[in-house]
Design a protein around this ligand. Sequence first.
Ligand code: NI
Length: 162
Amino acid sequence: MFDIYTIGAEVLRQTAVPVSDFNDQLRSTIEAMFVSMERGHGIGLAAPQIGISQRFFIIKIEGDIGRTFINPELVLTSPELVDYEEGCLSIPGVYAKVNRPGTIKVQAWNEKGRPFNLEADGLLARVIQHELDHLNGVLFTDRLSERVRQRVLEQYEKRMRA
Ligand code: NI
């Protein structure tokens, strides 16, 4: 299991590098990430959140299989945007609505090194975009208006002091 880095950690702001080796170490890291994510009651976890600045993340939504995305690229995003409430294990306890494309197509590799394409909408599309942001050093709070961002970050700091 891993400790999850929280906002303020440098690694969350770095642009992660592509995975080049699909080896056993990567697979055991991914397995341990699923454990850490479930312990934190999260539905997505990106490698930078456990201090690994590499381009992969995992997702497990209730009722769906666990999914691993390595070196993911968005190949299509729908023009229509939707509001959806987001939270993040790296900014625990606070939530806000974020506006993003409702439907996406993503291309990635799984932990066995097999490429795949996936079209997603709803919650899955949302989580994929949130986790992809982590690989580029972006947190969901960066996508809020200045006013809402300040409110959310104040809430978070208050929670941390409590
Ligand atoms: Ni997050």
